[in-house]
Design a protein around this ligand. Structure first.
Ligand SMILES: Nc1nc2c(ncn2[C@@H]2O[C@H](COP(=O)(O)OP(=O)(O)OP(=O)(O)O)[C@@H](O)[C@H]2O)c(=O)[nH]1
Ligand SMILES: [Mg+2]
Length: 854
């Protein structure tokens, strides 16, 4: 029984049980005595929270009826039952029609290929005509929705329209028989639609007879198989609810998760102590459960929702994921970590609860669907653990992906360990999650190591480098790897793999994604204008408003962060007449990414559990090489003592930016015929991979004022005094050059100084050029690049000016955008800081370093 919240699932279940004689007294949700709303919280709130089952029989067929919750906060609970269904009754409320939640359920039913009967409920209330309702269902759900309350000839003709075989049979005989219709329903070619009122018991008999006539028992294989639907804890007993999908299960039988896909060290065997058949709150103990039944098994401790057992072992399904994380607040004196350990037991019963320990803040966070679920949990925790918890305001769960990928290297070689991994990250389709494959021939790296790397890639919740949010929609391609005959141990590849992913992300263009809601807003016509304005302001989108009954309906999507509290606003300006329905939608690029990233204040290099750096070994000791130096370090030490490094240079990742600049270049200067124009000078790395190049080979030209005006910190300084900004930049360049020695030329425009001559100073190991009168820095740089290229020097130019970049590129120099350079400089700065600290610890004075550097 599936539907939108309050559509009448539990009431209809009650009516079915009553009409088929399974219960003698008709209970009612509103009176808190429904057969299936058994839990105290459910009776108090009048909504279903946990899915539950009842047994009934129609025309000799034994049927297990599952009632599910309709509230979006519990949609994972409803979704979990889908894998167990043979047929679904989709309840649609006649006054409201098929809204977004119904559509979401419809898609799930399609995905799980479940045949569906539709019951249009609450026809006792004012609602559109049967015909109008049918039209809407056909439009919004499926053309093959057929009104089964029509006389048989009409029904048969309508049903035949959607299947060739039915049409043939219909044309031949002028009608269809039950077997033909039953088969069409099972194949999802026809969706019978019935109408009625569960509360007034109309249309219920018709539903009963329709289910009796047009369903058939599925055939199951002989070998034992089962699918775990959920885990609950009733009076201290752990119950594993499972659908038997093959053979049978006897009490005291041994159950195992053994299968081809489960690694040997994770295989378990446990005894199924008891097998219970539940109906409402009561159960009957069974000696043996047969295929098709849904039973609760005691004695199993290692099962989890979504797990397959026996012939189906290893399969899992993914349920709707929460987009909000709430902090749990405890009364004074409670140690959060102790509480966490206790409450974690609840998390296995409620897989969607998804608790995690936030180490940084010493807090328990719970990923939850919304406030109703918070309330329910609060009660459960109080009942089970006697703990009074509160929940803070939910934080939006962001994700990260890449818009341009890159290669990454992970090397892990502390003394007597060795693993080396090279891979590439590529942007994937939105919603595709993470996928992994290998491009490495078996000759280059043994398949067993490759499989191990693949396992490490898929086992980890990879984090992005912008905010540390989970990574998604990315393809990870293994491009190289190396093991050591003696020194490689299991864990080494884990280290190298994780580091390689982070390393690649540091060089990628990363994008912050935010969750969006699909919404349906119903409100009086006079408020539509206001609503549209609000949605635009929230960066949402919507379709043209539709009139339904006396209300207007707006459908669309908007960021969760903006719309989550909109219900309150809506209630205020519509005086309680407007309703807002929110459904979890997809993830999209975040509308206020800069702000979110700033607030997260995440430093990917300080996240030591997710380090992008590598560990190398020299003179018997392991040491860390920073992420941006790994590639060049490897090149320099290609014959490292512990084994030969791969020397193969990985193919370059697609460079869209390059293509874009090329296009602009061509628009400006005409077609580029000589490809050398755009090629990098041989032997240099892309600018994102600043390579260590000894002094004497590389020149770095920095357009001084341009940098000052594009770096936030310097710009602010410049507003007060341009001289101090210039001095600050000079100091930064000297420091940078100390850490990354190169021939650094810092160029400042001085063309406004009348009579000025070009002036060059050597300060602290760098050169500072003040251009001559009427020569701007661009021109100087262009000239310098030309000269240096003539001498075959490699040249990098730091600037933020698009035009200048083009010119520079046309001369064959590498351009470094000012923001990327800022990152390089600040990294060098940190490095300097740690060197100074180390020296200070060793008792040397900082002055000493400075002198040495200069
Ligand atoms: N007028 C009318 N009211 C109905 C009908 N069916 C159910 N209701 C009422 O609608 C409300 C919700 O009914 P439930 O059966 O709890 O709905 P549900 O789909 O189980 O709701 P959740 O389990 O919370 O998703 C109750 O107040 C019912 O009395 C009907 O056919 N007509
Ligand atoms: Mg219910």
């Amino acid at each position: 029984m599936l539907a939108h919240v309050d559509a009448g699932k539990t009431t209809l279940s009650e009516a079915l049980l009553y009409k088929t004689g399974a219960v003698r007294r008709l209970g009612r949700v509103d009176h808190g005595d429904a057969f299936l709303d058994t839990h105290e919280i459910e009776r108090d709130r009048g909504i279903t929270i946990f899915s539950k089952q009842a047994q009934l029989s129609i025309e000799g067929k034994l049927i297990t009826l599952m009632d599910t919750p309709g509230h979006v906060d519990f949609s994972a609970e409803a979704e979990r039952t889908l894998a167990a269904l043979d047929y679904a009754v989709l309840v649609v409320s006649a006054p409201e029609g098929a809204g977004p939640h119904t559509l979401a359920l419809w898609q799930l039913l399609r995905r799980y290929r479940v045949p569906v009967f539709i019951f249009v409920n609450k026809t006792d209330l004012p609602c559109p005509s049967k015909r109008a309702l049918m039209d809407k269902l056909r439009e919004r759900l499926d053309g093959a929705c057929v009104d089964f309350t029509e006389p048989d000839p009409v029904r048969d003709e309508n049903a035949a329209t959607f299947s060739e075989s039915l049409m043939e049979s219909f044309l031949e005989k002028g009608s269809l028989n039950d077997a033909e219709l039953t088969a069409a329903v099972a194949r999802r070619q026809v969706f019978p639609v019935l109408f009625g009122s569960a509360l007034k018991l109309t249309g219920v008999d018709e539903l009963v007879s329709c289910i009796g006539r047009f369903t058939k028992m599925r055939e199951y294989p002989k070998e034992f198989a089962a699918k775990v639907i959920k885990i609950t804890n009733t009076e201290g007993v752990r119950l594993t609810f499972m659908k038997i999908t093959g053979g049978s299960l006897k009490a005291k039988q041994t159950v195992t998760n053994r299968s081809a896909t489960v690694p040997e060290d994770e295989v378990w065997e446990e005894k199924a102590d008891g097998v219970r058949l539940y109906s409402g709150a009561r159960f009957t103990p069974l000696q043996e459960a047969e295929a098709g039944m849904i039973v609760a098994v005691t004695g199993l401790t290692r099962t989890y929702a979504g797990q397959g057992l026996g012939a189906y072992a290893g399969e899992t399904e993914r349920a709707a994921e929460p987009v909000l994380a709430y902090t749990m607040l405890f009364p004074d004196g409670t140690k959060p970590f102790d509480a966490y350990r206790r409450i974690a037991a609840l998390a296995e019963e409620e897989p969607e609860l998804d608790l995690f320990w936030d180490e940084q803040h010493g807090e328990i966070k719970a990923r939850l669907m919304g406030e109703v679920q918070c309330e329910v949990l609060q009660r459960l925790i109080r009942e089970r653990f006697g703990l009074a918890v509160e929940f803070g305001h939910g934080a939006v769960m962001y994700r990260e992906t890449v818009s341009r990928g890159a290669e990454g290297i992970g090397h892990f070689e502390p003394l007597r360990h060795f693993a080396h991994v090279e891979l590439r990250v590529e942007p994937g389709e939105p919603g595709s999650g993470l996928s992994f494959r290998s491009e490495v021939p078996a000759n280059d790296l043994a398949p067993s190591w490759q499989r191990l790397i693949m396992t490490h890639l898929s086992e980890k919740r990879h984090r992005g480098v912008l905010t540390g949010a989970p990574l998604t929609d990315v393809r990870i391609v293994l491009t190289g790897g190396k093991a050591h005959q003696k020194h490689t141990e299991g864990g080494d590849f884990r280290q190298a793999t994780y580091r390689a992913v982070r390393n690649a992300l540091m060089f990628s263009e990363n994008v912050l994604l935010e969750p969006c809601y699909k919404f349906e807003l119903r409100l009086p016509e006079e408020n539509v204008g206001r609503a549209m304005n609000d949605i635009r302001r929230m960066e949402g989108e919507f379709e043209a408003p539709e009139a339904e009954l006396d209300m207007c309906v707006l459908r669309g999507s908007a960021p969760v962060s903006e719309m989550r509290d909109y219900g309150k606003t809506l209630a205020a300006y519509t005086h309680g007449r407007g309703t807002l329905h929110l459904e979890t939608g997809d993830y999209r690029p975040c509308h206020n990414a800069a702000e979110v990233i700033r607030e997260a204040a995440y430093d990917p290099e300080a996240d030591l559990r997710n380090s992008p750096d590598s560990v190398f070994c020299a003179a018997g000791a392991g040491f860390t090489v920073k992420w941006f130096e790994v590639a060049s370090y490897m090149k320099q030490h290609s014959a490292a003592p512990s084994g030969k490094m791969p020397t193969k240079k990985p193919a370059s990742a697609p460079r869209d930016e390059e293509a874009e600049l090329r296009a602009i270049f061509e628009r400006t200067y005409g077609k580029v015929t000589d490809d050398r124009l755009l090629r990098r000078p041989a032997g240099t790395e892309p600018e994102e991979k600043p390579a260590y190049v000894p002094k004497g080979e590389e020149f770095l030209l920095v357009d001084g004022y341009n940098v000052i005006f594009s770096w936030e910190s310097l710009r602010r300084l410049a507003e007060e005094s341009i001289d101090s900004a210039r001095e600050a930049l000079i100091r930064m360049m000297i420091n940078y050059n100390g850490i990354r020695p190169t021939n650094l030329i810092l160029v400042f425009d001085a063309y406004k100084v009348t009579g000025g001559k070009e002036k060059v100073e050597a300060v602290g190991g760098i050169y500072i050029v003040y251009t001559r009168e009427s020569e701007i820095a661009d021109v100087f740089i262009e000239r310098a690049v030309q000269k240096l290229k003539d001498k075959n020097r490699s040249v990098r130019v730091v600037t933020s000016d698009g035009m200048e970049q083009l010119i520079v590129m046309s001369r064959g120099a590498l351009r470094v955008p000012a923001p990327a350079f800022e990152k390089e400089v600040s990294l060098a700065d940190e490095r300097l800081g740690s060197i100074m600290k180390k020296l200070e610890n060793e008792g040397k004075t900082v002055l000493h370093v400075w002198q040495k550097m200069i």
